[in-house]
Design a protein around this ligand. Structure first.
Ligand code: GUN
Length: 294
């Protein structure tokens, strides 16, 4: 039987429509529109695409975006000075420093410089630390992991007590995703390139979330029949038959896994749109908090 496909595009769109309504209400009440500053350092083509998509989504929702581009030669001090300026700018409610930063720059120091009340990416060490602690709440939760949870909730997937396996342990996705799942009372296994018998581990999953950045790595025999599979990966693979010479695939072999899984969030078209939707939501929430504190 073929898996039910989780439509992240449609679910993300619904969230973005609600965000647009919230922004319109805020503006009608006489407040300025929420503002998101994006900081792109260097010339990573994938990062350029992601930042452009985030800015477009802001414009559609009525959120003002302020784009900053620094050269790959920017110094640590220059990046941190820009963050300090944005922290002090009342028009900016959210600061997003696109990762990865070029080598030589210390991303932890940059993320640490962001005002936690404007940390709409949820990557500030304090926000991540709170995510890891029982009874504590982060000011903001990282967007991609939060998008995964949103999809599961929208599809009424039981998280509490489920065996969740997270494939990948990155700071941006795998680790915060695992922490969020623990907060929701799942039994969580994190596995990675050094894990032994990956298929044996992933086959235990009621919910399998793949975020390793390996094209189509997860095959049908890695998946327990009926499991919920969330593909977080976005990988470029060469394809001379396309205009760009490449196409995007996830970490999950879609054609194989859809025959085994109970539900499947594909990539592209699954978690990606949710990341943007969660970012917009966080930005509006930050603006609301700023109004309340004014
Ligand atoms: N790089 C890949 N995903 C993300 C994200 O969600 N936020 C930032 N800042 N950088 C990323």
């Amino acid at each position: 039987m073929s898996a039910q496909i989780i439509d992240g595009k449609a679910i993300g769109l619904k969230v973005r429509e609600q965000v647009a309504k919230d922004v319109a209400e805020m503006v009608a009440e006489g407040y300025p529109p929420p503002g998101l500053a994006t900081v792109l350092v260097g010339e990573n083509p994938a990062s350029e695409v992601y930042v452009r998509m985030k800015q477009r989504a802001c414009a559609k929702a009525g959120i003002e975006s302020f784009g900053y581009i620094l050269p790959a030669t920017a110094t640590q001090e220059e990046v941190e000075n820009l963050v300090a300026e944005l922290n002090a700018d009342p028009k900016v409610n959210g600061i997003l420093v696109q990762l990865p930063l070029p080598s030589g720059l210390d991303d932890e120091r940059v993320l640490n410089a962001i005002d936690i009340e404007k940390d709409v990416d949820g990557f500030h060490p304090i926000n991540i630390g709170r995510l890891a602690q029982k009874g504590r709440e982060s000011m903001f939760v990282p967007c991609t992991p939060n998008g995964c949870l949103y999809l599961l909730d929208e599809m009424n997937v039981q998280i509490e007590g489920a065996n969740a396996v997270v494939l990948g342990r990155s700071n941006i996705v795998g680790m915060p995703l695992a922490l969020l799942l623990v907060k929701r009372d799942a039994t969580v296994t994190i596995c990675h390139s050094r894990s032994q018998d990956l298929p044996g581990i992933t086959r235990q999953a009621d919910i399998l979330l793949a975020a390793v950045g390996r094209p189509e790595m997860v095959k049908a025999d890695w998946v327990k029949p009926g499991a919920v599979v969330i593909d977080v990966g976005t990988n470029r693979i060469d394809d001379p038959s396309t205009e760009k010479g490449y196409r995007l695939v996830g970490d999950v072999d879609f054609d194989e896994v859809k025959e085994v899984a109970g539900m499947l969030s594909p990539s592209p078209g699954g978690v990606g749109p949710m990341t943007i939707a969660m970012l917009l939501r966080n930005t509006v929430r930050s603006a609301k908090m700023a109004h309340q504190n004014a």
